[in-house]
Design a protein around this ligand. Structure first.
Ligand code: SAM
Length: 302
């Protein structure tokens, strides 16, 4: 598909006539969103910009060539990824300052969202070079909308820490957060992360695992955190995954956990003081040792 001519009846963000706009294309950074799976998810404007810039800085040059090939775009591509981001940002900023129009794209979705891009945008801003974002797909927004969970207020967490301690502590701090939470996660760690979310935010929270969005095997698995953690405990999901979790109900966010009642209930269910202390320390943020002592004191086996 070749980019269509501009529609003069639409209301473009930039109302300058094309000739004038061509002249103004110099010395400008375009941050261009690209598909997250389905190659048709690209805007006419993105195709036009990618075709007309001098250079495309791409996180993954091979993925870029697949996309550009599909739309007959022959613009020169330069690699720009985490490993060379600092040096490349300097080099690209120098070219922008000298008047080049450059587009930056990531492997998929929107650059700067858990992907390189931010450093270049900052450098361009600092150099006084105009930055234009050409909006398009992002897995986070796609998953949020398809999850059916409230989209009025949300908190994007990116990838959670890989180490158990910081991850669990981070989740525990979000217990009272009423915004819907959105996380990126690798399929391999999805089960563990869901288990940590269930342990810290409560098993009953509604959540959704959005998988392979816009692709052939797209799937939304909705349930409680407890159900989803159990489902993915044994078998990792296939493909790419976004986890969406409902925020705390406002009344639950305000209500403190009744520690003694919770310990008694768990003892009655046959849980051991050590397990209770671990689980409730995550759930309440209170010291594990203090809860352990309480569980021992309340334990009928004493
Ligand atoms: N910049 C991208 C964006 O705007 O969505 C995100 C890039 S981040 C490195 C990659 C992560 O995004 C994946 O690990 C997964 O969590 C999520 N992701 C990307 N594409 C996806 C898809 N088609 N389906 C589900 N999750 C996806």
């Amino acid at each position: 598909m070749s980019p269509p001519p501009e529609d003069p009846t639409s209301a473009p963000a930039d109302p300058a006539p094309p000739a004038k706009r061509e002249a103004r294309a110099a010395g400008r950074l375009y941050v261009v969103a690209t598909p997250i799976g389905n190659l048709e998810d690209i805007t006419y404007r993105a195709v036009r910009i990618l075709s007309s810039v001098e250079l495309i800085a791409a996180e993954d040059t091979r993925a870029a060539q697949v996309l550009l090939g599909r739309y007959g775009i022959t613009t020169k591509v330069l690699s720009y990824f985490e490993g060379n981001e600092a040096a490349r940002a300097e080099e690209l900023t120098a070219r922008l300052r000298a008047g080049a129009a450059i587009a930056v794209i990531s492997e998929a979705g929107t650059p700067g969202i858990s992907d390189p891009g931010e450093r270049l945008v900052k450098a361009a801003i600092a150099a006084g070079v105009p930055v234009e974002v050409v909006p398009g797909p992002s897995a986070a927004i796609t998953a949020l909308v398809g999850s059916g969970l409230p989209g009025e207020r949300f908190l994007f967490l990116g990838f959670p820490p890989r180490e158990a301690g910081p991850r669990q502590e981070g989740f525990a701090r979000l217990r009272g957060e009423i915004a819907t939470l959105i996380l990126y996660e690798s399929p391999r760690r999805t089960g563990t992360t869901l288990a940590d979310l269930a342990a810290t935010l409560g098993e009953a929270r509604p959540a959704c695992v959005a998988r392979e969005l816009t692709k052939v095997h797209e799937e939304y698995v909705r349930g409680t955190l407890g159900e989803l953690a159990a489902r993915y405990a044994e078998e990792a999901p296939r493909g790419e995954v976004v986890i969406v979790v409902a925020g705390a109900a406002p009344e639950a966010a305000a209500a403190p956990v009744d520690l003694e009642a919770e310990v008694r209930a768990r003892l009655a269910r046959g849980e051991r003081p050590r397990e209770i202390a671990a689980a409730l320390a995550l759930l309440t943020g209170q010291p594990r040792r203090k809860i352990y002592q309480l569980a021992l004191a309340l334990s009928p086996e004493r």
